[in-house]
Design a protein around this ligand. Structure first.
Ligand code: COA
Length: 202
């Protein structure tokens, strides 16, 4: 299926409040040439598809930040962004999406993109809590992954899907991380066969 990254970028931008810059880009092997020397080591032994998504992700982040600097991989695997910048990145098999902010009032961001195809019942049970059964499992997966990325910024252990409870209201959602009772707010949209989710921690 062909994807128009501009269509995704427009929808993402509409999800983001002022002060948060978002973007979308097709994954292409051409972006490998733009990888900085320090970044190449991170994917030197990876399969081609992984190298391509990593390179397009770095290209998109550099575009959004207006920088030419290397963006290394942090200890949690999240990108190591320049001082004063928060951001998040996600990809599927065709596109990469990202959000960044230099606004000091934004503490962390989390983004995800997932296909809209339905998940098998067994997988849905892994993702959905009993009190979330009315939600589409693949959408819930996207919302929880975006919430996890925002929550785990600066450290943070692995969370199980059932440790996060979703409540959805129109295009808004709240993800409650049950172990520490933190509530994360986000927005989502469905476009071009994909769920896009963006969580902003003020
Ligand atoms: C972090 C995680 C959510 C990434 O998801 P993914 O399916 O591998 O891939 P995505 O395309 O959505 O995101 C990948 C990008 O997320 C970023 N990322 C990776 N680990 C991260 C972390 N711990 N925190 C924030 N961002 C992270 C990276 O930028 C990565 O892309 P890159 O390696 O090319 O730079 C997932 O791998 C993970 O560790 N999950 C465990 C926790 C969890 O999901 N619990 C259930 C939901 S609460």
């Amino acid at each position: 299926m062909r994807v128009d990254p501009v269509e995704l970028a427009v929808v993402l931008a509409a999800l983001a409040p002022p002060g948060i810059v978002t973007g979308a880009r097709l994954i292409t092997p051409d972006d490998l040439d733009g990888l900085r020397v320090e970044e190449r080591a991170a994917v030197a032994n990876a399969v081609p598809g992984r190298r391509h998504e990593f390179a397009s992700g770095r290209t998109l982040l550099r575009e959004l930040l207006g920088t030419s600097e290397a963006i290394l991989v942090g200890p949690t695997r999240a990108p190591l962004l320049p001082p004063g910048v928060v951001g998040s990145l996600a990809h599927d098999e065709l596109v990469v999406v990202a959000a960044v902010s230099r606004d000091p009032s934004v503490k962390s961001l989390g983004i995800d993109v997932e296909p809209t195809d339905p998940l098998a019942a067994e997988m849905a049970r892994v993702i959905l809590r009993d009190d979330e059964r009315e939600l589409d499992a693949h959408l819930a997966f996207a919302l929880k992954e975006a919430a996890y990325k925002a929550w785990s910024t600066g450290g943070g252990r692995m969370l199980g899907h059932h440790e996060v409870r979703l409540s959805v209201d129109g295009s808004w959602f709240t993800a409650t991380v049950l172990p520490d009772e933190r509530q994360l707010r986000g927005r989502y949209a469905t476009v071009a066969g994909r769920h896009l989710a963006l969580v902003i921690v003020p």
